[in-house]
Write a protein that binds this ligand. Sequence first.
Ligand SMILES: [Fe+2]
Ligand SMILES: [Fe+2]
Length: 171
Amino acid sequence: MARRGNSIIKGIEINEIITLLNKAYADEWLAYYQYFIEAKVIKGIMKDAAIAELTQHATDELRHANMVADRILQLGGTPLLNPKDWFTHTNCGYEEPKEFDVVQILEDSIKGEQCAISVYSNIAEITKDKDIVTYDIVSEILADEVEHEEDLQALHDDITEFIADIKKNIQ
Ligand SMILES: [Fe+2]
Ligand SMILES: [Fe+2]
């Protein structure tokens, strides 16, 4: 635990920050697995572009889990030790892919990113001017989640447009 580092935290309980970070940590692992398995089972038009995007996101979510775990440890907390706890702590849950169609998978993933954006903007708001280090870390992750949403939405729009064009041409 960083004693001096933690002494600069003002106006917020360290335990409260650890609780928020552990919830986000659960989200990151579930998001990682969701992207990992989506990239495996996805089917349909332009799926290669989607696989590349989903795989990149999986890598990013795992990196986020790493960043959050390191901050929890600095604060003197313990990152969740049992995967069972991911489901009891998660904010965003886990969207089991039921239909493997590329458009459906992208829509599920966009929902997940929108939830992640809410989670990190909330932690940023709570830690602003109180815990500068956590604020910086969650702001960096937040920027990635915003980019994730944008990339998925752009790909989703390209694919749905492409499908609409094909339908028009065969009529
Ligand atoms: Fe993330
Ligand atoms: Fe993300």
